[in-house]
Write a protein that binds this ligand. Sequence first.
Ligand code: SF4
Length: 818
Amino acid sequence: MWTKIEKNLINIRKPGRYIDGEWNSIHKTGADNLVRVCLAFPEIYEIGMANLGLLILYQIINQRTDALAERVYNPGIDFAQYLRSENIRLFSLESRTPLNNFDIVGFTLQSELVVTNVLSMLSLGGIPLLASERQDKFPLVIAGGPVTINCEPVAEFFDAFVLGDGEEVIGEIIEVVKKHKSESTSRMDLLLAIARINGVYVPQFYQTREDKNGITVQPVVDDLATTITRRIAPLNRANYPLSPIVPYVQTTADRLTVEIARGCWRKCHFCQATSYYGPWRVRSEEDILFIISEGLKHSGFSEISLVSLSSSDYPGIESLLEKIQKIKPWPIKISLPSLRCDCFSVGLAGHLGDKPSGSLTFAPEAGTERLRQAIGKYLSDEQILETAILASRAGWRQLKLYFMVGLPTETAADIPAIVNLVKKIKKLTNLNLSVTISPFVPKPQTPFQWVAMENPETLKQKIDYLHKNISASVRAHSLESALLEGVIARGDRRLNPVIRRAWELGARFDHWDEYFDFRIWEKAFGELGIDWRDYLQPIPLEKNLAWDHLRFTDKEVLKKTLVSCWKENQLTARENISVKKSLAVFPIHKKIAVSDNPYLYYWRLRWSRQMPVRYLSHLEQIEAFRRMYRRSNWPLAYSGGYAPQPIISFGPAISVGYLSEAEYTDVALTRKMDISVLRRMLLSEIPDGFQLISLKPLARRFASLEKSINVGEYWMRDSGWPEVAEKISEGLAQSEIIIEKEKNGKIEKINVRPLIIDMKLSEPDMLKLILRFSPHQNVKPEKILARMFAENEEDLKPQLLICRRNLFIEFAGKLFQP
Ligand code: SF4
């Protein structure tokens, strides 16, 4: 099966998503005796690979001797269509096992809008959509993640939900499944045993009742808990992936991600993350430094992201940043993705290692201090302005600001206040501002869970007003998708058939503006006789809520917070707001000089690339090589500037899907090294699919490989085109071979005949083509063949299996090897 898929990946967008073989991915053998878990993320690979929770579970499960974990991400639209058309089941990356052959498929649900993607993955993986339809042979379908805070709207699709941290619970579930496998107990017994684990909710054993008091969900089995309480796990170093998976494809978090704390003590009233991630827990400095030094050594990453809900709240963050700078094995950039204006210190910014012309992000959320206090975001105007001034003085150029509209207690004055605040920042700084506006969505298990979502018409007016009046770039989140998010967030079990119907009608990737279509959802709601607006109305405080049985936080505390917030609409500033009084000066970001050693030693390496890496793009391949050289611990020389890079030059770009025996890299080292030592240091760090062909010292630095190489030799499988030899000689006899190429949206006609140096049948079933290229003119071999043999290029590509066997420098009519 894989051979067939592999051939056709050539016509699939971003094939690197599906090829497996990333550095540090784990492939276990003897799968039959193990509990097999497939960790599923209902988004495309680039987004899913950024999810740290999934990678922590991957590590924990694979550390066990009785279980294995593999991964699957939601395929792109084109690959999903291909799988369906060929009747191929969605499979895991590592062993390419269809989803229905696992014991457990565990989804991470980050947002309400991914639920239709879950249904796509189940359906493609050969698993019935409803838990009630799954018999013994099907895997347990489990979910964790923030959506479990109210999982009733998707309760029928899952066998079980894990509430809260999964680090400990996953082991308990595996033990139960292992016992079930060895004793061949029934699925019902298995589910009952799972339901008795703390923090696990099995909806099949709970019934919903609706009456004048609201919605109640209660167990139908005597000994099951009436309230399921979230799990809280310690931040344990042993569970952390010290050899993180290094993706080939550029992901949204293409760096070493280090979780420095979990939870948030600030408890902004609109924020669900506070409830979901639980109490504020801090990872020790010693553990963080250990994770960083091991993680960099095993990955070769050049950037670290210190993540938590509010990274700048980490106690002693500046001292931590200083220590990281001391232990780093090579130049790195550090990012703190979630900063707050009130603890954005100057020292902090100075350590980030980014050149200050990068961009900073802050979320004031509201335009006035009054409203910010009402929503629990205790930030003064002064703090926001001071931070912006500091950032501007230090040389930052971009500031992203996030605001919400439709917040509880919002008045007519609060919206123009956003415009004024942005105006003031603009006036006081040189920053380029970009503003993102989101409609406020009331979320379960927050103090605002009872309040209404503002009606769509008013929200639209506010967003339009801000669009017109803010003199900066403004981006607004889709109003309709926010409405749907609000409906599902506070929904109940009646929404399960609606979600299924929307999926049947074609809802996919609802997170993405380009795919989201609210009309589909309106149709689904209409067909099932449900008015979605009902879910956006205020909920009386005394009513039972559909999620009351899922305990993430204390409902009474939430109620008190809400009541006091309403009462205190004239809220005054809290005493504990710490206002920064000093406008300290940022440390100057130093440019780093090129290596201290003026004498650099250059080495040229020639590589081959086979599967799976033939599906890497040129840029993905460059990054894979850079990381490999860093991991190898070679004494690399680095460029100067604010963001030093190893001094490596690469050969000409190669097309996605091509095999190669001629990938060149020139690497500069700071020390003289023995060839056998270099070879030994490198060999254990080479990703699957690359092979070192030669390694030789260069007497001196030559002109850039990319600029000097101007001829490529390509070999292609001759798959029996009629009269090949005749057509070749006919073609070569002509002075013009015209092909059409698209450039800047226009079709250009190019005579490619002068680019062809030679073309002939060679070796059995092989066609050899030698082509010139330059930065101004180049053509892909498949284009020439399609033109000469009058074939369709898309049909031809999977058959050809093109290999770049040699590259040359053409000089004075002769070809020289680099
Ligand atoms: S600071 Fe951020 S993460 Fe913490 S409660 Fe407020 S919004 Fe949530």
